[in-house]
Design a protein. Sequence first.
Length: 765
Amino acid sequence: MAFTHNLGFPRIGARRELKFALEAYWQGASPREALFETGAMLRARHWRDQAGLNLLPVGDFSFYDQVLDMSFTLGNLPARVRDWHGEALDNYFRLARGRSAAGAEDHAACCGGIAAGEMTKWFDTNYHYIVPEFDANTSFSFDASRLLAQLAEAKAQGVTAKPVIIGPLTYLALGKAKDGSDKLALLPKLLPVYAELLAALGTAGAEWVQIDEPILVTELDAPWRKAFETAYAGLNKGAVKLLLATYFGRLRENLPLVATLPVQGVHLDAINARDEVEALVAALPGRIISLGVVNGRNIWKTDLNATLSWLEPVSDRLGKRLWLAPSCSLLHVPVDLRQEQKLNDEIKSWLAFAVQKLEEISLLAKALNQGRRAVAAELAANAHAIATRHSSKRVNNPEVKAAVAAITPELGNRQSPFAVRSVKQQAQLKLPLYPTTTIGSFPQTKAIRLARNAFKAGNIDEAAYKSAMRAEIKHALCEQEKLGLDVLVHGEAERNDMVEYFGEQLDGYAFSQAGWVQSYGSRCVKPPILYGDISRPKPMTVEWISYAASLTAKPMKGMLTGPVTILNWSFVRDDQPRSVSCTQLALAIREEVLDLEEAGVRIIQIDEAALREGLPLRKAEWREYLDWAVHAFRITANGVADETQIHTHMCYSEFNDIIEAIAGMDADVITIETSRSDMELLDVFERFAYPNEIGPGVYDIHSPNIPDQAQIIALMTKAALRIPPERLWVNPDCGLKTRQWSEVTPALTNMVAAARELRAKTQAA
Ligand code: GLN
Ligand code: ZN
C-alpha cells in the first residue's frame, strides 16, 4: 500500500494573496491581524488543496522565508535585532528586509536602523533565503511557537500533519560565520535545541517529522560527514519518527552515510536520482523509503505509465514501506493550472502545476494499490497528453534540429584572435582610454510602465505604443549625449524583462498568466515556458537599436540576452538535455547578432547575467556545464567580423572559480559587478591573466547612494593595479532600470568626470 505525502506547498497563494497582504502590512495600510488572517486562510486552503494525500506538510508556510523561520525557531537572531522592542513579527521582517511595517518602526529613534540579513539562492533554484548568521559565541534557544501553533491549527482542521524543519547540518551549512569561525563547532550547542524541538512536536501529537538535509546531495568533506553521524546519533530521543529528506540531486558517495543515520525513513529525489533507488532500497531494510516521483522543479505532466513501469516492482518489494511524493517541495512551481485561461489548449494539456502534481501522486498511488485498471481512464488520458506532446508540430521543428546537427566547432570561433581584433576595432571606434558606457537599461519610469500596460490592455494601439517607446529612447539618448558617455545604449524602454522580451518573440515559448513562483519575500517571478524547438521568426531588436543609432554619431551598443541566461530563467523542456535547448537558443540569438551587425551596429552586448546560477550543485559537474554553456555563448557571439566588438555582462561578483570559463567566452569586453567588494574580487587577476578588456563596475546600482568622483577614481586606480589601463572600461555594476533619473544623472556625471580625470592622469604620467 503506497502512502502519499508532500514535502511543501507554494505559500504565496494562487492569486498571490500573501504578496498583497504582506505589502499592505509593510505599507501600514492594513493591521497585523489582517496579515495573520491571510496566513491562516492560505494554510487552510492549501491543506484542502492537498487533501487527497495521506500526510500533509505543516510549517512549510512562511511569512517570508523558511530558513529565517528556522533561525527564529532555533533562537538564532543577530544581536542587532534582538535588542529591538516590540513584536516578534516585526523583528522577523526587520531581519528579512531591513524594516517592518511603517507604523511598527516608531522604535527607529531609540533602537537605530537595522541591516537586513544577507539573501542568497536556495541551492540551484531561483528562490532566495535569508542567510543565518553565526559567530563563535552564537547560542541557541528553542522557540517552537510557530510550529506548534500551525500544528494545532492543522489538527483542528482534521489534517494529518507532518511538521517540516530544516536539519541541523543544512542549517549550519547555509549560514555564514561572520567572524570566520568554524560553524561545525556550534553543533554541540545546536543539537540540544533540535532534541527539545522534536520532543515538543512529539508531545503535540506529530508522529512523523520531515527533516530536510539537502546538502546531502552535495560534496561533503570529512568533518561534515562525521558531523552527520554525531548529530543524528543523539538527535531524536524517540519522541517522533524522522523522515530525512534529500532533494535536488543524487546522493552518490553520501548514500552509505545516509543509510547509517538512525532515522525511520529517507526521501530520495527519484527524478534526479532514479538510478539510486535500487541502492537505497538495499541499504535501508525495514525502513520507510519515500520516492520523489513527480518533478517539483518543472511544470510538465509526469509520464505516469512510464513511472509505473519502474515503480511497480519497487512497490512490490517495499509494500507499505513505500511513500510517494514530489521530488522536492512544490515551492518552485506555480499553484494551479486551472487558473490559466489564455494558454493554448494543446500546450496546456501537457502541463501540471502544484495542485495537478499532487493529483498525479494520488493517481500513481491508486494504480499501485489497486492496479492500473482502477485508474485506466486517467492513465489513458495521461498517455495521450504525453504522446501528443512528443509528436506535436509545435514542439518539433525539423529545421531547428537540422541546424543543431550541422553545428561545427568553427561556428563558435571568431575570425582572428583578440590581439588582431582589438586593433581593427579601435581603428573604427576610436575610443578614448577608460571608455565610459552603461550596462543597457535606463530607468523604467512610470510613464514607460503605463504605456506598456495600456498597450497590453488594448487601450492604445501598436503605433501609439511604438511612438511612446521611441520618445523614451530619444530621451535616453539625449541624456547620454549630455552626460558625455562614450558608448551609448538605447535604454531598453521597450523591454519588460530581459528574458520575457526575447521569449515572447521566439517560437517555442509559451507564457502563463498566473504562473507565479516565489523568488524572495513578496517578490515573485513568472518564468516563461520553453516547450518546443526554438526559432526566431523575425528580427527582435534591430528596429529599436537602429532607431537609437540614427539619433547619435557616437557608437551605439546593441543589447541582447544570451542563451544561457534565457535558459536558466525559464521553465525548460524535460524531453531533451538543457544543453540542447541552450544550443537552439544560441542559434536564434546568433541570427539576431548577425542582423544587428548587418544593420551597422558595431558593438553588441550579449548579457549572461545568469551564467553562474546554472552551475550544478556538485563541483565535479561544473566542467561539463561550463563547456556547453560557454560553447553556446560562443555560437551566439562569434559569427561577427573582427571589427565588430562583442561585449558581455555578468551581474555577480564571485567569479574567481569560473574565471577560466569566462575568459573562454572570448568576448572582447566584459562588464561585471565589483563596486561593493571594493575591487577585491579582482584579486583573481594576480593568478589569472585575463586576456581581453574588462569594465569592473564602479557604481552600485542596487543602492540609492550616488558614488562621488573620488570614490570612482579610487576604485579604478585599484583595478588598474591588476589590469592594464588600456584594457579597462568605466561603467556601473548593472543596468539602471530600477533607479530614478534623479539618481542616475548625478552618478553618471561623476563617473564620466572620473574617467576624464583618469585619462588626464595617465597621459601626464
Ligand atoms: N542589459 C540588462 C540591463 O541593463 C542587464 C541586466 C542584468 O544584468 N541583470 O538591464
Ligand atoms: Zn547585471
